[in-house]
Design a protein around this ligand. Structure first.
Ligand code: KMH
Ligand code: ZN
Length: 275
């Protein structure tokens, strides 16, 4: 039996500058337009980072609330806010992201070198984030940047219980300098390690930069779902900048259809994720 594909779009991220990547959606209007376009062609989840008036990453609470409301108003997409933010964001601001009331939020399962920076995720912070999401009924997407993060997730669920809704969904973020490589071999190792997580655990995968296509194909071939977008990929092919998030979602939909795993609608994705 074929498993349809959950497609997440991660349109903005916190790492690329608008000056370097003019097609990056950074205003609320740009984000909403992107959300509508990507939903129309097959995305069911949007992973959101926001920017301030100078297009710099921000976790401003009022802006986050307005963003959740605007995306909900314009689309049926599942709204997943990033609690990872930028590497410079303090823990308190990252926890306060939940006050914006998203459907989902990311929860990174460990600390790693992140290029030349450090993406800090202390154990106590992870527990705090996970517990607050349980209390508020916000469904986590556990971000897995390295194999050991799955061991940390096993420990988290064993000690602190299942997430809101009871379904466990993870996202393998592959090819960050400092994390696991964006290869089929690494994806298969992660896939095998899911044995130690609750039955029915689902996974998405995304490859950073040139890892995008191998990771996408490997994920489709092993029953996984897809995350694509300009947070992770700003070059479509050698020498060819990405024109829009829609272009990346369209490619993902094409690959998914070739694999006979058509995209899930947002309503079907909600059922899959236990919402
Ligand atoms: N921007 C990275 C430091 C997430 O959204 O939760 C963290 C990140 C993960 O993008
Ligand atoms: Zn992110």
């Amino acid at each position: 039996m074929t498993t349809p594909t959950l497609i997440t779009v991660a349109p903005t991220g916190a790492e690329s500058a608008k000056a370097d990547v003019p097609a990056l959606p950074v205003t609320l209007d740009e984000l909403v337009l992107t959300a509508k376009e990507c939903e129309a062609i097959g995305a069911s989840v949007i992973h959101v980072h926001i920017r301030d008036d100078a297009a710099k990453p921000t976790l401003d609470p009022a802006r986050l609330r307005d963003t959740v409301a605007a995306v909900r108003e314009a689309t049926d997409l599942i709204v997943q806010l990033s609690t990872g933010g930028a590497v410079t964001d303090p823990e308190a601001a990252r926890l306060a992201v939940l006050d914006a009331g998203p459907d989902m939020a990311s929860c990174t399962m460990g600390t790693l070198n992140f290029g030349d920076d450090v993406f800090l995720n202390r154990w106590e912070f992870i527990v705090d984030l996970h517990t607050r999401m349980q209390e508020r009924g916000i469904v986590p997407e556990y971000e897995i940047f390295d194999l050991g993060h799955l061991t940390a997730l096993q420990r988290l669920l064993g000690k602190h219980g299942l997430p809101a809704g009871g379904h466990v969904h993870v996202d393998f973020v592959m090819g960050v300098p400092g994390g696991m490589p964006g290869t089929a071999e690494a994806l298969v190792a992660c896939r095998q390690a899911l044995r130690d997580l609750p039955e029915g655990t689902t996974f998405s995968a995304t490859g950073i930069g040139r890892a995008t296509i191998p990771v996408m194909l490997a994920s489709l071939a092993t029953g996984g779902h897809l995350r694509v977008g300009m947070e992770d990929t700003v070059t479509y092919a050698k020498g060819q900048p990405v024109e829009s998030n829609m272009q990346l979602v369209a490619r993902a939909v094409g690959f998914a259809q070739l694999a006979q795993r058509p995209p899930l609608t947002p309503a079907e994705a909600r059922r899959l994720l236990g919402m």
